[in-house]
Design a protein around this ligand. Structure first.
Ligand code: SER
Length: 585
């Protein structure tokens, strides 16, 4: 029973029972408090709380979907038999349409009749009297009425109570279905949880942690309408339906695993297979590797497998596996391959040498780790990851301390160097040979910040700085963005930048702890590592600034000093990276 048949059976089964099929929502949810979509219920959250009307949107009270999902909390466990960063979740949902009897009956019917599997046991919630939540005897009775011989285990609030997700939300007891295949059983492997059926009957005005702590005064209230939310991981289901020992032997992974050379050990192959799937789906959603948030996760996954010298056809193998279910991956094949090869070029240019050096070392302590960072740009995480036992004694604090020591040294060195010879200023980003050039380059530097902020305001926050180079003649600004800008967009960006000049905003500098800087909304860009204390430049009022960035300066003190800005060119640097050149009057 291949995965396509499982998908079809599931969809047909619930459509025939009054559910509206809803396509998977994006892996990038609207909710800004979470980075990725982690469950099928996420796109339906407002229907449980009554904020949205299912009849209006779906014509029915029940929906069903196969949702792309991502969970990164177990990223370090990937490589064993069951952990994944990306997976798909089959689910049926109801917002006041049906309740426990139907949900359990259909769960049983789908597993035993449609898929012909044997249920080993089910679990039900044992209750938590101290929080006023009774045991779920009703579910136990329903299971027994369907199958008198079934084994029912009781489970506590940690295992059999879902939610709330985020700061508040619907929640309730669950019942879970455990299945094993004969093959796994013969190997002495325990049954796996394949299906989680959630009965959303409460609303909790706090987080799950507060609820579980038992110390909060917040009280559960009954939801107006009872809701069903079920989730069944496709990979695990395929494993038991296809009678495989683990998920990596299913047809969802086999073509990907088979495209890998045999010299990799099994664990490494699984890591590559997992990470490459996630990379393809994220790139398919327009995520580019960067040093922030989602982009950072993307970069980490990419670097992890790039360091292993994997064949590039792995990306094609993933796209081919999912071509029927996610045709957008086919359409975007070249874009996805482009994102991959761009990052690979960067990786090879900067990090490859560092990894070779790392191999040669017998032990990696903080000074050596810092040297690898300084000479090859090898980030701390990758060093830890690859040096394994060699870097046992290495920790973040010692590494940061090396960083700080180095900064002090180079500051002292820079003062000496600019004592009259060579360039007057060379920050890496900004170069000037004499006082006059420095003045012009400083104006262009502030112009770069205004331009960056305007690009994000006009094109959206996916715009991320990828590079900047300033001389006394012009600024050059590279940023991540998937396509060419229209003439209208270029004009809007230019106008908005000049508007900020016209307002003569004050430019202020403040030294802050890195964490506080990020919290205050400052943009940090492509450097891999910042010191604990950073400089933050703000353009405009403190509480409604036009731009705020981590930056070493120098800048003008008021934006009117910048002068009129003119964008002279907009072009591609590589797939997904655009370049703007601009001058000031
Ligand atoms: N929300 C539950 C889960 O993710 C059921 O879909 O397990």
């Amino acid at each position: 029973m291949n995965h396509k048949i499982i998908r079809k059976k599931f969809k047909d089964f619930f459509e025939a029972r009054g559910h509206k099929w809803v396509t998977s929502s994006s892996l990038l949810p609207d909710d800004p408090s979470v980075l990725f979509t982690t469950a099928g219920m996420q796109q339906f959250k407002p229907y449980y709380t009554g904020q949205a009307d299912p009849i209006k949107d779906f014509g029915l009270l029940n929906t069903t979907s196969i949702q792309k999902s991502m969970r990164t909390s177990d990223i370090d466990e990937v490589g064993d038999e069951s952990h994944l960063t990306f997976f798909e979740m089959l689910g049926n949902f109801s917002f006041g349409g049906y309740w426990k009897k139907e949900a359990i009956k259909w769960g049983h019917e789908f597993i035993t009749k449609e898929l012909g599997l044997k249920i080993d046991y089910v679990s039900v919630f044992e209750g938590l009297p101290s929080a006023g939540i009774p045991a779920d005897d009703e579910s136990e009775e329903i299971w027994k009425s369907i199958d008198p011989g079934i084994s029912v285990k009781k489970a506590n609030i940690h295992d059999n109570f879902w939610g709330p997700t985020g700061n508040e939300g619907p929640c309730g007891p669950t019942t879970e279905i455990y299945v094993n295949s004969a093959l796994r059983q013969a190997q002495g492997k325990p049954p796996v949880e394949v299906w989680n059926i959630v009965f959303n009957e409460f609303f909790y005005p706090g987080s799950r942690e507060e609820l579980l702590s038992g110390k909060s005064d917040k009280k559960l209230t009954k939801l107006k309408t009872l809701g069903i939310d079920t989730g069944m991981g496709l990979e695990r289901l395929a494993m038991v339906a296809q009678k495989k020992k683990n998920i990596f032997e299913t047809d969802l992974f086999e073509p990907i695993m088979n495209s890998l050379p045999n010299h990799f050990d099994l664990r490494t192959k699984r890591i590559i297979a997992d990470h490459s799937r996630t990379i393809v789906f994220l790139a398919g959603e327009g995520i580019l590797p960067s040093n922030k948030d989602r982009g950072y996760i993307m970069r980490r996954l990419m670097r992890r497998i790039m360091a292993l010298n994997i064949p590039k056809d792995i990306i094609d193998a993933v796209i081919d596996t999912y071509a029927d279910q996610y045709p957008e991956l086919m359409v975007k094949r070249n874009e996805i391959l482009g994102v991959y090869s761009d990052e690979l070029t960067k990786f090879n240019k900067t990090l490859r040498g560092g990894l070779n050096e790392l191999k040669r070392l017998e032990k990696v302590d903080a000074p050596q780790a810092f040297k690898l960072y300084e000479s090859f740009g090898l980030p701390y995480e990758l060093i830890k990851d690859f040096a394994k036992d060699k870097a046992k004694g290495l920790n973040r604090e010692a590494f940061d301390e090396e960083f700080r020591k180095h900064q002090e040294k180079s500051r002292a060195g820079a003062e000496k160097k600019f004592g009259g010879h060579g360039l007057l200023l060379d920050t890496g980003e900004l170069k000037a040979g004499n006082e006059e050039e420095l003045k012009k380059a400083t104006r262009l530097h502030t112009a770069t910040h205004l331009l960056h902020a305007s690009l994000r305001k006009i094109l959206g926050n996916e715009v991320k700085q990828a590079g900047s180079d300033i001389t006394s003649e012009r600024l050059r600004f590279d940023f991540n963005f998937p396509r060419k800008l229209t003439p209208e967009e270029i004009k809007n960006v230019e106008d908005l930048t000049n508007e900020a000049v016209g307002k003569d905003y004050k430019v202020t500098k403040k030294e802050m702890a890195y964490e506080d800087a990020i919290k205050s909304g400052a943009l940090a860009f492509f450097k891999l590592k910042y010191p604990a204390k950073v400089n933050v430049y703000t353009v405009g009022p403190e509480d409604s600034f036009f731009s705020r960035e981590l930056c070493g300066g120098p800048h003008v003190s008021h934006t009117a000093e910048v002068g009129k800005i003119k964008i002279s060119k907009e072009e591609a640097v590589s797939a997904g990276v655009r370049r703007i050149r601009a001058i000031v009057d």
